[in-house]
Design a protein around this ligand. Structure first.
Ligand code: SF4
Length: 259
């Protein structure tokens, strides 16, 4: 008997350059799932917080026409939920040479782990990057064998206003063992340095050499992050007391006005 593959709700697929984290600058196809149960204050993907009626495939402009066409390509829409076949074919159209990374992003991709577990093998030999809030340990354990790099957020209540997530983050760190991973904190002017230190210590209890990215919050209205240097220094010092590899990397795609 044939077993039906799971279907998934996607908000959009597009190709660009990775703007964040340890693989910044790499050519990447983004597969953005629709739906997230959190509501972080700084969320920059409000369009992907709820399930959407359609998945949008943003095709790049045909080669040689980008300048004259203003850089815009065609958009194809398919009603959600979409099949694994459709999503795999869409990624192939965005990256025919199969050389790019694929980023599962959202929304919260782990809220659709069965679909992504079925999709990931169809995307090889591309490498798979998972961008997640770092609170769904069970789904992470299921998806771990299919993912090359896990980028987990550490939610600071002083910045995200999403409550104390330390217990969920600790369980998640265990679930994402067995492959490359890094952690990321979004920090803004309201950040509590003591909270940065608490979360850095939590990560260090799992692995002292796990990279931690401090990502200054980009204002929703655009422009550069507005974090005072003294506060950035204090956050770095607090995290570096526990972790060996603490880096500061802003969202570069926003400077470049890329999706
Ligand atoms: S977890 Fe991510 S997608 Fe969900 S609300 Fe927070 S920032 Fe937005």
């Amino acid at each position: 008997m044939e077993v039906a593959l799971p279907v998934g709700d996607l908000q959009e697929l597009f190709v660009s350059f990775q703007g964040e984290g340890t693989t910044v600058g790499t050519r990447t196809v983004f597969v953005r799932t629709a739906g997230c149960s959190l509501r972080c204050r700084y969320c920059d993907t409000p369009k992907a917080l709820v399930r959407t009626e359609f998945a949008e495939l943003h095709l790049p402009p045909p080669a040689g026409t980008a300048a004259s066409a203003g850089g815009a390509g065609a958009i194809e829409r398919l009603r959600n939920p979409v099949t694994v076949d459709w999503a795999a074919h869409a990624v192939g159209r965005l990256d025919p040479g199969a050389q790019a990374w694929v980023s599962f992003t959202g929304g919260e991709p782990l809220e659709q782990a069965p679909f992504l577990a079925a999709l990931a093998p169809r995307l090889r030999p591309r490498r798979i990057h998972l961008e997640t809030a770092g609170v769904h340990a069970e789904a992470m354990a299921r998806l771990r064998p299919y993912v090359d790099l896990v980028a987990m957020d550490l939610k600071l209540d002083s910045v995200a206003h999403e409550g104390d997530r330390r217990a969920e983050h600790a369980a998640f760190l265990v679930a994402c063992r067995g492959g490359d991973r890094f952690a990321k904190m979004i920090i803004g002017p309201t950040v509590a340095v003591a909270e940065v230190e608490q979360l850095a210590a939590l990560v260090a209890a799992e692995e002292r050499t796990l990279p931690l990215i401090l990502q200054p919050e980009t204002p929703r209205t655009g422009g550069s992050p507005t974090l005072p240097q003294a506060l950035l220094e204090a956050c770095h010092a607090a995290a570096a007391r526990h972790l060996a590899d603490v880096r500061v990397i802003p969202q570069t795609h926003k400077f470049l006005r890329l999706p």
